[in-house]
Design a protein around this ligand. Sequence first.
Ligand SMILES: Cc1cc2nc3c(=O)[nH]c(=O)nc-3n(C[C@H](O)[C@H](O)[C@H](O)COP(=O)(O)O)c2cc1C
Length: 186
Amino acid sequence: MIKLAIIIGSTRPGRKAEAVAQWVWEVAKKRSDAEFELVDIQQFNLPLLDEAMPPSMGQYSQPHTKAWAAKIASFDGYVFVTPEYNHGPSGALKNAIDYLYREWNNKAAGFVGYGSAGGTRAVEQLRLVMGELQVADVRAQVMLSLFTDFENFTTFKPAPMHEKSVNNMLDQVIAWGGALKGLRDK
Ligand SMILES: Cc1cc2nc3c(=O)[nH]c(=O)nc-3n(C[C@H](O)[C@H](O)[C@H](O)COP(=O)(O)O)c2cc1C
């Protein structure tokens, strides 16, 4: 069975990302076709990239890089839960992605975005980044609105229809994550 990480893409105090990712995880756990784990970039205490060698060389020197690499390497695919900051993803998420290279290669990814326009602009930027990392990003995505899915712009209360969009996205990530496993095993 393939294993997917649900990555919490904000480290901001008072972040919404945690509640959103927790909900994605609850929806995902009802499925029996993959295993799911919540991964919180905050727990890895990654400073702004402090490795001398390019990540594509795989020569990691810092303990935090090694811990992050081992965690990310253990998955077949990823669900990025991303806020939208200035029409892009958070700096913390981009930094965490930039730390690694081969650990991401030939895996699948889906996105759950939130913001005033469903986090769509942040997700579009992440899709460009995925191309360089050789990650197959799926079409289906979850778009949560600050206006209608958060009470008073604060408390996360997703409209019921979004559960279906989580499952549509997961269907695709699981299919591609499984298909690419053969390539990774070679
Ligand atoms: C630096 C910054 C920039 C933001 N820019 C946008 C934006 O361009 N579009 C948008 O929809 N929301 C924007 N927001 C609002 C965020 O979507 C909202 O604060 C959200 O809660 C952030 O996610 P987080 O709480 O998980 O960190 C911005 C918030 C911050 C802190």
